[in-house]
Ligand binder design. Structure first.
Ligand code: ZN
Length: 244
């Protein structure tokens, strides 16, 4: 089975279309999406439409939850909160129902999928140090779990020879057979924060147990213009050019 795993989309259909175009030659059987379909960007409806048309399996991100009252948006920064208010105003009731019904965890025969952590997905905690991944490794009963949330691609893994110690790598090609288990943060499609503005996604072939991380360029100006025209904070437009 060949999977594509897409990072946080954040109401950026231009970046999503570029990834979907890149996938046309990848012959994938299923597309998984790690959540944060909406938030930050100015085109939530177009983004949800593309996601649903592609038949993706999606888990709930904190921005999706903020739009539906599942997550308290008062903890968000001002720009993020304004974007949530804008996105909710754009969305139809049916879109909000779809967002509200997203599960926190999705599991396939070969992998698990969550937004922030697998251990306590409803808390949307950040994994920024290897030890913060320990509880998610304990909760994992598949060889690999795909995550997003930080918008920075990185793989946390436990090697076969040291299955209780978590280490990490920024490698873009991973052989899962070398690991006892892995948590792969696939980065972000619609708002990367690793100083690389290109949209991020991963491919996973369960037959060869291989994961590869990919980037694709998209028309950033088109989406930043849309953010400015919507009257959203300029920082949300500017950061897309820098990948921050
Ligand atoms: Zn996000």
């Amino acid at each position: 089975m060949r999977y594509a795993i897409l990072g946080d989309l954040h109401s950026n259909p231009t970046a999503l279309e570029a990834v979907l175009a890149a996938l046309e030659d990848a012959a994938v059987d299923a597309i998984l999406q790690v959540g944060d379909v909406v938030g930050y960007g100015a085109a939530p409806r177009e983004t949800i439409e593309l996601v649903r048309a592609a038949g993706m399996q999606v888990v709930m991100g904190n921005h999706d939850g903020a739009c539906t009252g599942h997550v308290d948006a008062t903890t968000f920064n001002d720009a993020a909160r304004l974007a949530i208010r804008h996105n909710v105003a754009q969305l139809e009731r049916e879109d909000l129902r779809w967002l509200a019904a997203l599960p926190l965890v999705h599991t396939t025969e070969h992998c698990a999928l969550a937004h922030a952590t697998l251990a306590r997905p409803e808390r949307f905690d950040y994994i920024q140090r290897p030890d913060e991944a320990d509880t998610s490794f304990e909760a994992l009963d598949r060889p690999v779990c795909f995550l997003g949330h930080t918008h920075r691609p990185v793989t946390l893994m436990r090697l076969r020879e040291a299955p209780l110690r978590t280490s990490y790598t920024f490698q873009e090609e991973l052989e899962l057979g070398e690991f006892d288990a892995a948590l792969v943060n696939v980065g972000s499609v619609g708002q990367p924060r690793d100083d690389d503005p290109r949209a991020a996604y991963a491919l996973f072939d369960s037959g060869t147990a291989r994961v590869t991380l990919h980037r694709v360029e998209y028309d950033v100006e088109r989406e930043s213009d849309r953010i400015l025209r919507a009257g959203l904070p300029k920082i949300l437009a500017d950061r897309l050019f820098l990948g921050i």
